[in-house]
Design a protein around this ligand. Sequence first.
Ligand code: PMP
Length: 583
Amino acid sequence: MKNFKAKKFREQFPLLYRQRSSTEIHEHKLSDQGENKSLVYFDNAATTQRPCCVIERYQFFYQELNANVHRSSHSLSAKATSAFEQARQCVTDFIHAKSIKEVIWTKGATESINLIANTLGEQILSPNDEIIITVSEHHANIVPWQLLAKRTGSLIKVLTLEKDGRIDISAFERLINEKTKIICCSHVSNVIGKVNPIDVVIAKARDVGAISIIDGAQAVAHFTIDVQALDCDFYLFSAHKMYGSTGVGVLYGKQHLLESMPPYQAGGEMIKTVSFNQPTTFNVLPFKFEAGTPNIAGIVAFSQAIKFMSQFNQKEIIQYEHQLTRYCYQALTKIPQVKFIVQGLPDIPVIAFIINGHHNHDIASTLDSFGIAIRSGHHCAMPLMEYLNISGCLRVSMAAYNTIEEVDYFIDCLTKAINQEGTASVSNISTNINAETNKGQLTAEINSSVATIMAQFSAIKSWDARHREIMMLGKTLNRLDKYARNDQSLISGCESLAWLVVSKNKKGLYFFQADSDAKIIRGLLVIVLAAFNDKTAKQIQMFDIQSYFEQLGLMQHLSPSRGNGVLAIVDKIKCLAMSGKVE
Ligand code: PMP
């Protein structure tokens, strides 16, 4: 077993050495700051980066081993099948399962949960039976149960948290009873980063004869898992959160439960015999639950990720991750505007907080302009946000390849983002959209145009300078009156709040006025409105927003991810112009 050396470990991850452009480096005077010329990747709870050996194994599979598994008698298929089944053995050993029969390949944690809900869930639930879920679950461990509850007439009971973010065991004791049939709990929440007392949960579930399901998506990368010692009924996770491939997941289940469950999806390889004259019979475990061609290359590469991690002293990795967590947490406590969403130091390097007086999205996008990737929003845990009475939060999630220097750089940039007023010049752009209400009609005086915005942005070379320009533009957008920011004008599809109102003059020209609670979105709105205001419905339809944003060097903001929702705003504008609806 190798000793864990943070620097050597990091060197295995090529994407972390992706250099930022020379203009960006120059802009931030990074030349003497070594590491910070590279990406600072603090979004590991969403997905980790892959080491070279995993990338190479993936490529090797396609170059040397590619054939379908279990189906053919030729030698290439035999080799592929052998690598595929060795990967299953590798996972079996990794989680200390009794047998390979208990390890089912899925697409990810989400599919693993859906598999249980749609098979065992259907089988065991009757009307008024109860399912216990914690309030801090990822949507993947909520929505399948909501759908199941609707289909079966069963009820969902929600388990609340202690002040430190761990589940409240005394509340759990009050909630659980003989009607409880299923208990689903994350080993570690993807937002809070605290280890839940799942041993107590599993033991209590067993006492009342309920099935215990542990979502280990955030746990597997950070500590060793022993499903036999835990004695849970099911344990599940995704490969991509522990240096493996996307589209690969694991469902561990106790053999007797898996055997008693009906199949999930139907198709090739999950059957023993198929006939139109006899009932179709199903394959043995684990194949009964693996219909269709799996992600063979991804699974083979995943076993390489496990081997890669297993060569290091696990205790040293855990210690190093704790050191990073503590260091970052303590540095954050020194920033007065930082407010943690729950009390106390997290157990894994996942730290969630808000910044008083700033929109999460503004902070995250400013950090992005400094080359730091963190996540903002609801983190697929909207019930948790509601419970904590926040609209979203920022999340820093680190891995064993992150460094103390990166944390220092992050804290430095976060401080700048909080204090930033912006210095870019927008003197030659006037986007003074003066909305006046006259019997509900809005009129707008638009001085900015696509041409002036293009001219302004063409002079800017670096990503962070463009970011500052957008933030400055945001300041020039006239805010919508309070009354106009309502449910009707709210645009769905944005993680920040954004509102849009429209009017049309006698010549058939449209005028849009918009607003957002995030500064960055207000800046982007100025850019978007310049393209669509004072245009006919036809011109609005014809306008090529992709090429406009491409020329401005702002394609990142047109991402179809829900991050900022610019595409949703553009869709709403086009939709309103098409329908001719004027509010
Ligand atoms: N559960 C938890 C706790 C998670 O963090 C995630 C991913 N963020 C999931 C489930 C879903 O995982 P996947 O998208 O890989 O299926």
